[in-house]
Design a protein around this ligand. Structure first.
Ligand SMILES: *Cc1c(COP(=O)(O)O)cnc(C)c1O
Length: 368
């Protein structure tokens, strides 16, 4: 049972849809599929423009840094993925300021406002919606709103790789929203997507940059339902399949509600057996627990109960475990994982098993 916060399992109906013979990308047949996928993508992103790129999520992050920062960037580093925006700036010799927090700590909006008041060079802010390193939710919507009040020319780029498909991200003040195929969208890795505001498109077209990741060229092509280079046809077919499945089975809001409830039930259950939630504000994509016995717990889960969950990276290696809530997780899977954790705590003599986790999960998930 794969319950890591990315990659997530690919549903069977998506695998079947992607198993057909390879299509040529410059054909009316594929353009029709592309147009349908694009329209579903614009709907889930809730933005006026979008592109699909054949790259993992980091490719879209790089494209946003090189195309949407013309002077100086501000990056928010509360974990590995926030840190990555700074590394991309470095790789392209783009000047940047960084606000660095512990991995459980969301951005302080006032700190950002103070910083941009004192540094008029900053023209783009890069932040995660959910920082997957610790399962942290940043107040991105509030940050974007307050920054725009102060200076509407500052571009807000939000990495929503573990948020789009998990929850409704309010894009009113967001200029670029990044996502990727292998997390909440339940596809194999290799496709990234970016939604744009009209202002972002204007800024991109003002100073076209790059070759493969030239967003100006890509936007122009994709408006006409084609791509500058060979499209990731199979993954785009998969994306159309998963998005139309969600739309035709209760819709996006129903999926967000179910995910939120599963996240809440998981956290209540784990807190009831004395587990400590790591982030100060949890994102619904995953539940992160702080425990120095994470490796032992994960080992028991894997070997005895057939559950794969994720550990931590860098200084959190061996100190956290992360349970995925993204995608179409079955109720029996979510129930099983918290029960298995309670059994593992018993085996490690941390807490005696009495079925509390399973009871609290069920009460919250099914009887709340
Ligand atoms: C996984 C992830 C990425 C990077 O994606 P790759 O597909 O590995 O390049 C970026 N940001 C966040 C928040 C992620 O969870």
């Amino acid at each position: 049972m794969l319950l890591t916060p990315g990659p997530t399992p690919v549903p069977e109906f998506v695998r079947v849809a992607m198993s057909d013979v390879t299509m040529h990308h410059r054909t009316p047949e594929f353009e029709k599929i592309f147009a349908e996928t694009r329209s579903l993508l614009l709907e889930i992103l809730d933005m006026p423009e979008a592109v699909m790129i054949a790259s993992s999520g980091t490719g879209a992050m790089e494209a946003c840094v090189t195309n949407l920062c013309h002077k100086k960037a501000l990056t928010i580093n509360s974990g590995k993925f926030g840190e990555r925006f700074g590394k991309i700036c470095d790789a392209f010799s783009i000047p940047f300021a960084e606000i660095k927090n512990e991995w459980n700590t969301p951005i302080n909006v006032n700190e950002v406002l103070e910083l941009i008041k004192n540094d008029s060079e900053i023209d783009a802010i890069f932040v995660q919606v959910c920082e997957s390193a610790g399962g942290l939710r940043h107040p991105v919507e509030e940050l974007a709103k307050e920054v725009k009040k102060l200076n509407k020319n500052i571009t807000i780029i939000a990495d929503g790789i573990t948020a789009v498909g998990v929850e409704k991200v309010d894009t009113t003040n967001i200029d670029a929203l990044i996502t990727g195929s292998q997390k909440a969208l339940m596809l194999p890795p290799g496709l990234s997507m970016i939604g744009f505001s009209n202002e972002a498109v204007l800024k991109i077209n003002k100073k076209p940059k790059g070759y493969y990741l030239n967003l100006s060229v890509e936007i122009k092509k994709q408006k006409n339902n084609t791509t500058a280079y060979t499209a990731a046809t199979t993954l785009i077919i998969g994306l159309k399949e998963i998005l139309s499945h969600i739309k035709n089975n209760g819709g996006f809001d129903a999926l967000y509600e179910k995910t939120a409830l599963r996240a809440k039930a998981t956290r209540s259950a784990l807190e009831a057996i004395s587990c400590k939630i790591y982030p100060k504000v949890s994102a619904n994509a995953m539940t992160t627990i702080y425990t120095e016995r994470s490796n032992e717990i994960r080992k028991i889960l894997k070997n005895k109960y057939n559950v794969n969950i994720a550990g931590g990276q860098d200084h959190l290696k061996g100190n956290i475990f992360r349970i995925n809530h993204m995608g179409l997780v079955e109720d029996y899977e979510a129930t099983w994982v918290i029960n298995a954790i309670e059994l593992a705590l018993d085996e490690l003599d941390i807490r005696k098993f009495d079925g509390t986790a399973s009871r609290v999960f069920s009460e919250t998930m099914f009887k709340g």
